[in-house]
Design a protein around this ligand. Structure first.
Ligand code: SF4
Length: 461
């Protein structure tokens, strides 16, 4: 394979450059789990090129920022952090600085990097991850800047078999599909990650079985809208059916998935979760707003009552279900009364936790052109009100868990408390005293205390 050839040559080049010492890479990932999964693939290729990893940019021979475009704040941070690399490059001229990810798919961003950050040698978009060895090779051997982005129209294939360097030994991410067709009016993702492309069920199953065989215990299936799985590749397997296939794999593990779009979340999927052997009773189902007019403006294709019907069915078939969601506060044109519908929805549903965001305009989206008369201060007040309400709900839910026995997957040690820490199937953190050799195992823990959204307990024999 062509890429393997580039990898082999880069390995030799770096060995010569480093005079036999191991070259070091610093990889920093911004944004969502999809970006984390992409970085794991890039790190897998770097390992094949002979790199080890460092947490210190000053020590690195190669620095990569895998960026996120979802919010303006995250983009500002990237520009700030890239700017800070200038001095490192001055002290270490052979350092290669590279940028990739969703943010780099935007033309105005790539142009700004090109014009204002001349020490960035390599920039590539979300469609070029599998070409990374070739791009890096060109950058190193031609000694020139390489900027490549876009290209989805030419290439809708999914590269299989890329090496993966996973950050953990207990939890793993498994991408089942790429892109999004939904064009929610506030969201940049369809523009920067392209249209939906599903991996084949055979490829997903093979990787899943490898992960289980390697001892991973908590495997999260990833996609911008996993409920659309299979609609675009003619494989004849929908997401619920894919879950049923994976769930048959023998072993002691949990399956999670994200993100689900309510418009494609079916009773078949909820029944599959309820009847599955390994599928966590945790559903991340973003509702974004509790008001029908705002939902329509967001182009979400469901209304409040449809969302509540789904939740009610999900709770009926899974009484222990843990629901989490994403909410946007201050969408353009949203009034306080409309925001109050969001507040009442979170009270009605009783979420375990929420990912709450103040609306952030994204250039090129429909919502960015809508009139937005509410001030930032006012939106911040609404946001605080939302967070306070959810904190009370979460505290009540946690308090109600005291006295129950939970099955906890032990992930490691809490550096602050010295206790072991792990998660329930509902993704709630539980800390308890115990021996480190329990890491990576499931344990029965009786909950003795609740503190905000963290539970503390004692190990049962
Ligand atoms: S479903 Fe909507 S919010 Fe989610 S990635 Fe697609 S466009 Fe963005």
């Amino acid at each position: 394979m062509e890429e393997q050839n580039y990898i082999r040559q880069l390995r030799q080049i770096m060995q010569v450059r480093k005079r036999g010492e191991v070259p070091l890479a610093f990889v920093h990932t911004y944004g969502c789990q999809q970006n984390v999964a992409d970085s794991e693939k890039i790190k897998g290729m770097l390992v094949q090129m002979g790199f080890s990893f460092t947490q210190t940019p000053e020590d690195a021979d190669f620095i990569l920022f895998n960026t996120c475009a979802v919010r303006e704040h995250a983009e500002d941070r990237v520009f700030g952090n890239v700017g800070a690399l200038k001095n490192i490059k001055r002290r270490h001229p052979s350092l290669i600085i590279a940028l990739c990810g969703c943010m780099m798919e935007q033309e105005h961003v790539a142009q700004r990097i090109h014009d204002s950050y001349p020490f960035v040698s390599l920039l590539f978009g979300t469609h070029q991850i599998c070409q990374f060895p070739k791009l890096l090779f060109t950058c190193v051997t031609d000694d020139r800047r390489v900027f490549v982005r876009g290209g989805e129209e030419q290439d809708r294939t999914i590269a299989e078999g890329l090496p993966t360097y996973r950050d953990g030994k207990v939890k793993a991410w498994l991408t089942i599909m790429y892109g999004c067709n939904n064009f929610c009016s506030y969201c940049i993702v369809p523009y920067v990650r392209g249209r939906e492309r599903s991996r084949t069920p055979q490829a997903v199953l093979a990787e899943f079985q490898e992960l289980v065989a390697a001892g991973y215990k908590d495997i999260t299936l990833l996609g911008q809208n996993v409920n659309s799985y299979g609609k675009n590749n003619g494989c004849g397997v929908n997401f619920a059916q894919l879950l049923q296939m994976l769930d048959k794999t023998p072993g002691d593990y949990r399956i999670r998935f994200m993100t689900s779009h309510p418009k494609d979340c079916t009773h078949e999927l909820l029944d599959t979760m309820a009847n599955g052997k390994h599928i966590a009773h945790h559903l991340h189902l973003p509702f974004q707003s509790g008001n029908d007019r705002v939902l329509k403006e967001m182009n979400r294709h469901y209304n409040r009552s449809q969302y509540l019907e789904l939740v009610s069915y999900a709770k009926k078939v899974m009484p222990d279900l843990s629901l989490t969601s994403d909410v946007i506060v201050g969408f353009p044109g949203e009034t306080y009364e409309e925001f109050c519908d969001t507040l009442s929805l979170i009270q009605e549903v009783d979420f375990t936790s929420l990912f709450t965001f103040i609306y952030s305009p994204r250039e090129g989206t429909r919502a960015a052109k809508m009139p937005d008369p509410v001030s930032a201060e006012e939106k911040s007040r609404w946001f605080r009100q939302l967070c306070d309400t959810q904190e009370q709900i979460a505290a009540q839910r946690c308090a109600a868990a005291v006295g129950t026995v939970q099955r906890v997957l032990v992930e490691g040690r809490n550096a602050k408390t010295g206790l072991l820490t792990g998660r329930t199937g509902g993704n709630i953190i539980v800390d308890f005293p115990g021996n480190e050799d329990l890491c990576g195992t499931f344990q029965q823990v009786r909950i003795t205390h609740a503190r905000n959204w963290i539970l503390t307990g004692e190990l049962l024999p």
